[in-house]
Write a protein that binds this ligand. Structure first.
Ligand SMILES: Cc1cc2nc3c(=O)[nH]c(=O)nc-3n(C[C@H](O)[C@H](O)[C@H](O)COP(=O)(O)O)c2cc1C
Length: 441
């Protein structure tokens, strides 16, 4: 079973920062981030993941003023610092294909890969939040299908640049005066619909072949791109049936690109409240739930659905919302869950505010491990992106209680066996392939 440690300022629960143990300045506190990464490494996690956006996540300043997730250190910079304080933990962060340039991005991640000795991963997002357009001089957000089309070309360029150098290109032959072998250098010379990038990349070859490519798209466009290029896919499946559908669909699509299903790991988000007993775990979770103020809950839900529900009674069911007015695949998942579980608006925001639409489980170590084991053995996923509700205690609880239980069942490593992220995730090392990439452009 593969495990990511998904960081979110203060914890994934919206009210985490208000908890007496919440580290309110979490997003700007490097020593605290280092402590969490080292803790994740003690828990033998595959990776530390930090999400990102290129504008405020949320439109309303009023809502934002009650949310710890309003400001945080730019994740790529954090990864560079974490690389110096960890040894085996993968370091994955988000960067947008919609608003970055592939050359800059390829160069940065290739460099992180070297300074971390092969532990870098890039979460490719196309950026869903519309306000991002205004950070870059656009009046309107770029249309989704265009974002995904350019993302495909972007990923192709980045991977081509990462393949500039063959593994043993740098011969450093002092006698003959040859620094690198010209035959081991490839110039990409990409000319496409969105990008023209000559290359090569002037960063030495990656210790793991190339950084690991991660994605989280769940829509048709997202799945298609993941099947073609991703090596890890995060998701937000709510039920085993939905997870199985997603798993089978994405893995089946891979064959069309000549890829083996094992060369992509699917790791849905999982929020966990765990304690010695179920009752204690529930009590812990309820402390956080009771700290959500209804205004914040309603606002969050409206934003996620892309539909203003502020005029409705919190104790009513959701009104019927036409599917094309909803804000994408994740909003659809939330509406589907509300119907299925007969949840009122208050139930829904209490559920949703703590997990942002991801699956949550409250229970003892046995209950949590049972859940995780079932999803993995029933082919719902290859592992999870763990979302502690509160830092640091939620992560500590998971490591002290759930990890040993997973180990006891033979589902989880007892030590790191590889040193790169690719080795830990058991992902194949891509062959040096710039020429192939160029041909398939
Ligand atoms: C675990 C997880 C992490 C994500 N991280 C980010 C992120 O850091 N930045 C971002 O803009 N979107 C992020 N997303 C959103 C996805 O990139 C994607 O847009 C979303 O899941 C909807 O899928 P779709 O784009 O195919 O509709 C994340 C999604 C998930 C499930």
């Amino acid at each position: 079973m593969k495990l990511g440690m998904f960081y979110w300022p203060c914890g994934h629960h919206i009210a985490a920062w208000r908890h007496p143990d919440g580290v309110a300045d979490s997003g700007g506190n490097l020593p605290h981030l280092i402590e969490l990464a080292q803790m994740a490494e003690r828990g033998l996690f595959d990776m530390f993941f930090m999400a990102d956006s290129v504008s405020f996540w949320r439109g309303s300043l009023d809502a934002l003023s009650r949310d710890a997730h309003c400001a945080w250190i730019e994740p790529f910079t954090v990864m560079g610092a974490l690389a110096q304080h960890t040894t085996n933990l993968g370091l994955v962060c988000t960067a947008t294909s919609t608003y970055e340039q592939p050359f800059f991005l390829a160069r940065r991640f290739a460099s992180l890969d070297i300074i971390s000795r092969g532990r870098a991963g890039w979460n490719l997002v196309t950026t869903g939040n519309e306000s991002a357009a205004q950070s870059f001089g656009y009046d309107e957000h770029i249309e989704k299908s265009v974002r995904y089309r350019s993302a495909r070309e972007f990923a192709h360029v980045v991977r081509g640049l990462w393949n500039s150098w063959g593994d043993d290109a740098f011969v450093h032959d002092k006698e003959a005066g040859i620094f690198f072998d010209k035959d081991k250098l490839q110039v990409l010379e990409h000319k496409g619909e969105f990008y023209r990038v000559r290359g090569p990349l002037h960063v030495p070859a990656s210790p793991q072949g190339e950084p690991v490519l991660v994605q989280a798209g769940a829509s048709e466009d997202g799945r298609a791109l993941a099947a073609e290029t991703a090596e890890v896919v995060f998701g937000a499946s709510q039920t085993l049936a939905l997870a199985q559908e997603f798993y089978a669909d994405v893995k089946t699509r891979m064959a069309a690109f000549g890829r083996h299903p094992d060369s992509l790991k699917i790791m849905p988000g999982l929020s966990v409240s765990v304690a010695e007993t179920h009752e204690e775990a529930a009590a812990k979770w309820n402390v956080l739930q009771d700290l959500i103020d209804p205004k914040t809950g309603m606002e969050l839900l409206s934003e996620r659905l892309h539909y203003d529900i502020s005029g409705f009674d919190v104790d009513d069911y959701l009104p019927a919302i036409p599917i094309d007015e909803l804000g994408g695949s994740r909003a659809e998942l939330i509406v589907e869950m509300a119907r299925r579980e007969k949840m009122t608006i208050r139930d829904l925001y209490r559920h949703f505010a703590g997990t942002r639409g991801h699956r949550h489980i409250t229970g003892s170590a046995t209950e949590v491990a049972d859940f995780m084991e079932e999803w993995v053995t029933e082919r719902g996923c290859d592992g999870f992106n763990i979302m502690p509700p509160l830092f640091p205690s939620g992560l500590e609880d998971f490591i002290e209680l759930v990890i040993p239980e997973l180990q006891r069942r033979g589902l989880y490593r007892t030590e790191y066996t590889g040193s790169t992220l690719r080795e830990n995730l058991e992902l194949p090392r891509p062959p040096w392939s710039a020429r192939d990439l160029k041909q398939s452009a």
